[in-house]
Design a protein around this ligand. Structure first.
Ligand SMILES: Nc1ncnc2c1ncn2[C@@H]1O[C@H](COP(=O)(O)OP(=O)(O)OP(=O)(O)O)[C@@H](O)[C@H]1O
Ligand SMILES: [Mg+2]
Length: 117
């Protein structure tokens, strides 16, 4: 199991959600964040100009998946979130030790994908 942490542009969220749905990826968490991806902005100070780290609005998707869904999920996000301009975002893939579904006490692969009621 992996936790896929995708940091994307907020305006790409609905495209990415649609692509994930079409790829049959279910179960995710969306968080609005501020991030820094190397951009700086010039600021005036009394001694001249300096640079300050620019923070931009981004959206993080946390998606827990079983192994067969790792590549599918990464590809869906990459294709849907890309504009080709700097700041398109990043995808981290983290190992997951355990997943527990609280309702049924199922574990790991059986618990990672939500069950439609
Ligand atoms: N090394 C990192 N660690 C944690 N978060 C990061 C890292 N790099 C980027 N991010 C997050 O991803 C967001 C988007 O990053 P960004 O797309 O600018 O990455 P980049 O590697 O600079 O790529 P690009 O060259 O396309 O700008 C940032 O605002 C930040 O929230
Ligand atoms: Mg950047």
């Amino acid at each position: 199991m992996k936790l896929i942490k995708a940091i994307i542009r907020p305006e790409k969220l609905s495209d990415v959600l649609r692509a994930l749905y079409q790829a049959e990826v279910r179960g995710l968490t969306v968080t609005r964040v501020h991030g820094h991806g190397g951009e700086t902005e010039a600021v005036e100070t009394y001694r001249g100009m300096s640079v300050k780290m620019e923070l931009v609005e981004k959206v993080v998707l946390d998606i827990g998946v079983s192994e067969p869904f790792v590549d599918v999920t990464v590809k869906a996000v990459m294709n849907a979130a890309r504009t080709g301009e700097v700041g398109d975002g990043k995808i981290f893939v983290l190992p997951v030790e355990a997943v527990h579904r609280i309702r049924t006490a199922e574990r790991d692969t059986a618990a990672v994908t939500p069950v439609a009621s």
